[in-house]
Design a protein around this ligand. Structure first.
Ligand code: 0X9
Ligand code: ZN
Length: 302
């Protein structure tokens, strides 16, 4: 298997980020946007400079290993197929692509330690000192702490003591606030269940551009079915998955990023979070097709 068909330790991912930036000085820049609770750097890779931009983050939830694997896959594919694949070329010619390979490095690192493979949250220690970890996808400032989240630091869906209390969420939010005039597409990568989710999750109200969003994910799902014979479901978060406050997708949408998506990659529960390395290429190629499909559609609309 190639480098991209294996799961990597956090150290290997940091090395890969440095090497990728060094080997591609004209096309790739590593930008430090903040640090995690345990003071690990949060690097965003910028792939080519433009007026429009898209953002992809991976690894918000520690145990969803296919997610960081996809970010590495995506950057590698973009660099390898620029001027070969027409969609990649078109995207890179007209958009900056910001990629955060591991939004939750402390949690990810923790899942590589013995018996901690199922950890989801970050590793911040609560005020009481009793429990560890905030669910970063409940920590954003949108209807914070209301639905599908818990103020109890011992729970899996703990939203933290206040919105953006966590350095990881704060770093992403600050970066997107600074770049909201150019970033038109926000994608956050999770697993599992094979789903394309768009706003809203915090309310059953329809997003103002609901039909555009629906059309985009529908097209992505159709192409995946056609090319890879695999099924993805899709729809607005609250109705399709569950009502839920404080998610990054809704927050980015309300910031003004009109095309905002959560991808839930393979599989549909057979292996769940323990998706075997032999499935990485399949899972990533499907997600890649979806990213390309949606990005090209965003370019047509903006
Ligand atoms: O609950 C989540 O954070 C995501 N599912 S997961 O199984 N990967 O944890 C779904 C997020 C959908 N979007 C929002 N809830 N805003
Ligand atoms: Zn997740």
């Amino acid at each position: 298997s190639t480098f991209y068909e294996r799961y990597h330790t956090l150290e290997e991912i940091y090395d890969w980020i440095n090497r990728t930036a060094q080997d591609n000085p004209r096309t790739v820049k590593a930008i430090l946007i903040g640090s995690s609770y345990e003071k690990r750097p949060l690097y965003v890779l910028k792939v080519k400079p433009n007026r429009k931009a898209m953002w992809i983050d991976c690894g918000i939830h520690a145990r969803e290993w296919i997610s960081p694997a996809f970010c590495l896959w995506f950057v590698h594919h973009s660099l390898s197929f620029y001027q070969q694949n027409s969609e990649i070329t078109r995207i890179l010619d007209s958009m900056d692509v910001y990629v955060l390979p591991v939004m939750n490095p402390d949690g990810y690192k923790y899942t590589w330690t013995i018996k901690r493979r199922w950890w989801r949250k970050n590793r911040s220690i609560s005020k009481s000192g009793f429990c560890v970890g905030v669910d970063l996808n409940r920590n954003f400032d949108v209807d914070w702490g209301i639905k599908g989240s818990s103020q109890n630091p011992c729970e899996e869906i703990n939203c933290g003591p206040f919105p953006e209390s966590e350095p990881e969420a704060q770093a992403v939010a600050n970066f997107l606030r600074r770049h909201k005039d150019t970033v038109q597409l926000y994608i956050t990568i999770h697993s599992y269940s094979q789903m394309f989710i768009f706003p809203y999750s915090y309310t059953f109200d329809q997003a103002e551009n609901h039909n555009d969003l629906l059309e985009m994910v529908q097209e992505a799902a159709q192409r995946i079915k056609r090319y890879y014979r695999n099924t993805y479901t899709y729809g607005p978060g609250a109705a399709t998955l569950y009502p839920c406050s404080g998610g990054s997708d809704d927050w980015a949408y309300k910031l003004g990023i009109k095309y905002s998506f959560t991808f839930e990659l393979q599989d549909r529960g057979e292996y769940g979070f323990l998706l075997p390395p032999s499935h990485i290429s399949g899972a990533c190629n499907e997600a890649l097709l979806a990213v390309k499909t949606i990005a090209v559609k965003v370019l047509e609309k903006t």
